[in-house]
Design a binder for this molecule. Structure first.
Ligand SMILES: C[S@@+](CC[C@H](N)C(=O)[O-])C[C@H]1O[C@@H](n2cnc3c(N)ncnc32)[C@H](O)[C@@H]1O
Length: 206
């Protein structure tokens, strides 16, 4: 979420322009921003984007148990289930999670979708082989210290040989990625970077 979007959201929530938001207010703002993202059914059923396909094929193994962080209305969750993986979703925006559940049912698929923020790792139901932060979701965790803290906590919830897959927009020198309209597909975002953190690595500079 850009700073401008956060200010806009703060305005809608009645929080004065440049005052500091509490953590709760921030979570509400983020949820509100994403609640209706990816509403159209055609979008939810549109499968993985080419860069995701490439990235996930490189780092996923057929028997992996996967948690998608930021599963939204279910697009990547459904695509990976259809590809045969064992997948669950975690999503901070309750309305988007409800949509994901109804799309799973429509598609005849079954997966747990939990509502909440990845910062609360008590919501992680069990250890996983892989945590996939859905596109840019890692960057939506406000503040570097909180992001690093999440990675540290997830390290303790990884099965042996486990991996954390993140995508992010590299800071500032690259041209900013302009987001496609809600529900439309992003072809190959020029500024996107992906990386896989494996279980032994200390997350010190993410
Ligand atoms: C770009 S959207 C992707 C949604 C869906 N995976 C898709 O591809 O259509 C990123 C998602 O991450 C969710 N999100 C942001 N911060 C989160 C957090 N801390 N914990 C869990 N989900 C989060 C947002 O609510 C949003 O649904």
């Amino acid at each position: 979420m850009t700073r401008a979007e956060l200010y806009e959201m703060a305005k809608r929530l009645g929080i004065p322009g440049r005052s500091a938001m509490s953590k709760d207010q921030l979570v509400r703002a983020i949820s509100k921003r994403w609640n209706d993202f990816g509403e159209p059914e055609a979008y939810v059923l549109s499968g993985l984007m080419p860069w995701e396909q490439e990235f996930y094929e490189r780092f996923l193994k057929p028997d992996d148990e996967i948690l998608i962080v930021g599963c939204g209305s279910g697009r990547d969750l459904i695509a990976l289930l259809r590809a045969g993986y064992r997948v669950e979703g975690l999503e901070v925006a309750a309305q988007a999670a409800t949509k994901a559940r109804s799309m799973l049912a429509k598609a005849g698929l079954n997966a747990r979708v939990t509502v909440g923020s990845i910062e609360d790792t008590s919501l992680v139901s069990k250890p996983f082989d892989v945590y996939i932060f859905s596109w840019f979701c890692y960057s939506y965790i406000p503040q570097a210290a909180a992001r690093i803290d999440v990675l540290r906590k997830l390290r303790d919830h990884l099965l042996p040989g486990g991996r954390v897959l993140i995508s992010y927009e590299p800071a500032r020198t690259a041209p900013r990625l302009s987001c496609p309209p809600h529900g439309s597909r992003c072809g190959r975002p020029g500024a996107l970077r992906c990386c896989c953190l494996s279980a032994g690595r200390t997350p010190d500079a993410a």
